[in-house]
Ligand binder design. Structure first.
Ligand code: UDX
Length: 458
């Protein structure tokens, strides 16, 4: 098949690469010339400046110029195309609704070019990035209004988690496609021929609206599950003496019906999808006069969870943040990424600054550069109080407290660093339960406060 992938962000680039690996002729298009130049080099360093997924640059290197091509000129590659995947950014508006400005202008541009093409074979336009329920229908109108002939629309949402996107694209749990016409289902069966009859991968065909809804329900379900553990499990462990949250998790998730993923209590879930999608679904349901208390609670529990440990530190350990120097380790929303979208660390640092800390010493193995852009002192003068470090050791040195805000594996060794670099009285706030040997810290006079457990003083 000749495939165009419009938009070369995380979703688009991974999709283009994996489609090219399966022998399709793929044109990855973006209007960002610098990005396309970087990808066209096939050089892993250039590619990883934009999208850093394990295995991705290897596929690009292998298929470039053979099955995979990059372009900033849609018109030049349009003839003979079978399928166009729309993988465009859909950021949130302030009220939670999805901003379709970029999507709409790309769709208009594609429509214009398709209307003028010489080859009038059937072309399928497929929404891959997360878009509100009904967007495929809306895309159909854009195409019809521009006079595009012989086309179909489809929804084919992606379910990729950052850090394992290539692996999950090669072997997804399910492929969901939503179309109206038999010939359009047929085009997608050809695109995904490796999955259609797979024994383990569920290939699900339905209406475009159902496919769009599957994505929102999946992500809000996952966040709700995390919120359940943070809002119920963690609270039991924190308030009722002698309850072990770790044993509670093991005991509950021994049931096959209950997943272990999501049962790890934390100071909130972040990332590019969960917060954005749940707010968008709440908004979409409000448009049809449905108020969804369940979704609102999941979202609120997660937002509160990001910072409630700061209040616990004050009420349960008596720590006063005013004028103190606090280290924050873990700036990205999870390990193995530099992505800080919706990261708990943002709320943690803003709240600490609001409590009058003298200085924040911030560390993350990958996200320091992202953090510098997120905490722009031109936007908020308080951000001048943040200093960045390239090791946890340097960040912890000379501080009064430490907040661990993500699950980087190296944080499991932080107790030694703490003992080496600082002296009690000192407060360790652990938002991810990353310190297995916290008892050694207590024995040396440190105070330890973790999500899911009662506060532990020496
Ligand atoms: C997620 C979904 O997994 C994916 O299917 C969807 O398409 C996009 O959103 P991603 O955002 O990359 O993927 O991250 P994920 O690994 O799911 O983690 C999300 C957040 O939940 C992270 O902040 C993580 O630390 C947190 N989390 C995860 C917990 O707090 N507890 C857990 O047990 C699991």
């Amino acid at each position: 098949m000749k495939i165009i992938v419009a938009g070369t962000g995380f979703v688009g680039l991974v999709h283009a690469a994996v489609c090219s690996e399966y022998g399709h002729e793929v044109y990855a298009y973006d209007n960002d010339k610098e990005k396309i130049r970087a990808f066209s080099t096939g050089d892993s360093e250039e590619i990883e400046k934009y999208v850093n997924e394990p295995g991705l640059s290897g596929i690009i290197k292998e298929t470039l110029g053979n099955y995979l091509f990059f372009s900033t000129d849609l018109k030049a590659v349009i003839e003979g195309v079978d399928a166009i995947f729309l993988c465009l950014p859909t950021p949130p508006n302030l009220n939670g609704s999805t901003n379709l400005t970029i999507y709409n202008s790309a769709a208009e541009e594609i429509a214009q070019i398709l209307a003028e093409r010489k080859d009038q074979r059937r072309v399928l336009l497929i929404n891959k990035s997360t878009v509100p329920i009904g967007t495929a229908r809306h895309l159909q109108k854009i195409m019809t209004n521009r006079g595009v002939k012989n086309f179909g629309v489809a929804s084919n949402p992606e379910f990729l988690a950052e850090g394992s996107a290539v692996e999950q694209s090669r072997r997804p749990d399910r492929v969901v496609v939503g179309c109206d016409q038999p010939e359009d289902f047929q085009i997608l069966r050809q695109v995904y021929s490796q999955y259609v009859n797979h024994v383990r991968i569920k290939y699900i065909e339905s209406t475009p609206e159902t496919a769009e809804a599957i994505k929102y329900v999946a992500n809000t379900m996952l966040l709700t599950y995390i919120s359940f553990w943070n809002g119920v499990g963690a609270k039991i462990g924190e308030k009722i003496p002698n309850v072990s949250i770790d044993d509670l998790r093991k005991g509950v998730t021994a049931d096959d019906r209950i997943s272990t993923w999501g049962s790890y209590v934390s100071n909130g879930a972040g990332g590019s999808c969960f917060g954005k999608d749940i707010r968008s679904l709440i908004y979409q349901l409000r448009q049809v006069h449905v108020r969804t208390k369940m979704l609102e609670s999941s979202y609120e529990v997660n937002e509160e969870q990001k910072v409630y440990l700061i209040d616990r530190a004050i009420t349960e350990t008596g720590f006063q943040f005013n004028n103190k120097t606090v280290a924050v380790t873990g700036l990205a929303f999870k390990k193995h990424t530099n992505d800080m979208r919706d990261a708990s660390s943002i709320k943690v640092i803003e709240t600490l600054l609001g409590k009058g800390v003298a200085k924040i010493k911030a560390y993350d193995p990958l996200a320091v550069d992202t953090a510098r852009a997120v905490f722009n002192p031109k936007e908020n003068v308080l951000f001048e109080k943040i200093e960045y470090f390239h090791t946890a050791k340097e960040a912890i040195k000379g501080t009064d407290a430490l907040f661990i805000s993500s699950d980087c594996e190296e944080f499991r060794g932080l107790s030694r660093t703490i003992e080496d670099m600082v002296k009690p009285p000192y407060l360790v706030i652990d938002g991810r339960r990353m310190i297995p040997d916290f008892k050694a810290l207590l024995a040396k006079g440190f105070t330890y406060l973790a999500v899911g457990s009662v506060a532990m003083k020496p």
